[in-house]
Write a protein that binds this ligand. Structure first.
Ligand code: URA
Ligand code: CA
Length: 433
């Protein structure tokens, strides 16, 4: 087999065979095919696309390129959730304990955040003592005992995807549905998921800005999952404004605790109940979505979701007393209000810019090596559709710097107040199965 023939065939719009795709991914993994030929092939795929079978083959070849996490010793159906990334997306922190408390095993491999989207591990590390440096044996044991554990990303998970992503980044080929869909799905499958619930975000703060693009990506991922025998479904949810009120690591931990008590923001609570219900049904802990939702609502009411969080934190070295005393979480030095400059209604809160403002405070990483400040962030006091009077606080800034002129300006640019009451954005656009 010659790579130049494979490039030529894809350039001319032909389908690549299973063997050809395996040959390419082997060549990427062992670096036996030079970057310039892989780059040319990526560009050909960008223009010519891949059919369903090619996408499934590419996904599984990338899964096999490195470690595959074996979760077979964990009893039950392991359902993973994946979000395509948003601003202030506290769902994983809520969903883990919530679905675990009704018996769904959650064996979560998580990463750190980059840019304005926070990583679950960063958020959890705002809890004194909590750590994810556990070995695979401990990880499996903890999930069997408590139904929930979080481990850091294995260094050798889907190395072919890492290599391809780096090349795509510098050859203007990131934005290809088959390449994005196989990249995301390969990581979930290599991490051991039996079933996958996808939360595909849409809007200003999302990777996919339009509903059409988000739908296409969601459909592509669901197809791949089902074609490789992982039950997969997706919802498309709003990311035109941040989710919930809190953006920032310790602030989001506090928000997750409130939500697990049933006292969280309405949008975050609803999204968690919907995603959670699908996870419960896929893991066969309930027969249908209504039954699943009742179980989850009950777990919020009777305190079992909160208890699962405490047990989980303790098991991984964390100070679980923060659940009852959240003031023990890292606190910022300054608390600064951003007052509305006029009367009206909030008509837009651009999630991407608000995320950037939080990153400037130190809540997110500008580069891979930036050090984040776990205490800082933003608390939105108003969301789209809310009425405001001049002087009302729109946002509370939690900062460790006194001079936050730039952050303030960014927030004012991101939030629009209009005279007319705007429609409240739809939270869930579609479900794709
Ligand atoms: N996220 C991924 O993991 N892969 C992509 O290709 C794009 C976004
Ligand atoms: Ca939030």
């Amino acid at each position: 087999m010659r790579i130049v023939d494979i490039i030529e065939r894809k350039r001319d719009g032909q389908q690549l065979s299973t063997e050809e795709i395996q040959f390419v991914i082997d060549g990427v993994t062992t670096a036996s095919i030079p970057d310039y030929q892989i780059s040319a092939l990526l560009m050909a795929i960008y223009f010519q696309g891949m059919n369903e079978r090619e996408r499934a083959d590419l996904t599984m070849a990338m899964v096999r390129s490195g470690d595959q996490i074996d979760l077979s010793e964990i009893k039950g159906i392991k359902v993973d959730k994946h979000s395509t990334g948003g601003v202030g997306d506290t769902t994983t922190l809520v969903l883990g304990p919530l679905v675990a408390s009704v018996g769904v095993p959650v064996a979560k491999m998580s990463g750190r955040g980059l840019g304005h989207t926070g990583g679950t591990i960063d958020k959890l590390e705002s809890i004194d003592g909590f750590h994810v440096e556990i070995d695979n044996r401990q990880f499996i044991q903890l999930v069997n005992e408590n139904k929930l554990a979080v481990i850091g990303q294995s260094g050798n998970l889907t190395p072919a995807d890492k290599k391809l992503y780096a090349l795509r980044d510098v050859t203007a080929t990131v934005n290809s549905i088959p390449l994005i869909a196989s990249s995301i799905m390969s990581k979930k499958i290599a991490a051991g998921a039996d079933a996958i619930v996808l939360d595909v975000k849409t809007g200003a703060g999302a990777f996919m800005k339009t509903l059409e693009d988000s739908r296409e990506l969601a459909k592509a991922m669901v197809k791949i999952g089902n074609n490789v025998r992982r039950k997969t479904m997706a919802i498309i949810s709003d990311m035109s404004q941040p989710l919930g009120y809190a953006i920032g690591n310790a602030l989001e931990v506090k928000e997750a605790i409130d939500t697990l008590k049933g006292e969280g923001p309405e949008d975050l609570t609803e999204l968690c109940l919907i995603l959670g219900s699908h996870m419960v049904v896929l893991s066969e802990k309930a027969d249908n979505l209504n039954e699943a939702r009742s179980l989850l609502e009950q777990a919020m009411k009777d305190g079992s979701a909160l208890q699962t969080l405490k047990t989980f934190l303790q098991a991984q070295g964390g100070d679980s007393s923060i659940v009852d005393y959240p003031e023990k979480l890292p606190q910022a030095k300054y608390k600064i209000e951003i007052p509305a400059l006029g009367d009206g209604y909030v008509s837009s809160m651009m999630a991407d810019h608000i995320g950037t403002a939080a990153m400037w405070l130190g809540a997110g990483r500008a580069t891979k090596d930036s050090v984040i400040d776990l205490a800082v962030g933003l608390h939105l006091n108003k969301k789209i559709g809310d009425q405001v009077k001049k002087g009302d606080s729109l946002v509370t800034i939690y900062s460790n710097q006194e001079d936050i002129k730039q952050v303030k300006e960014k927030l004012y640019q991101s939030i629009t107040i209009s005279k007319e009451k705007p429609p409240v954005p739809t939270l869930i656009y579609e479900e794709i199965t």
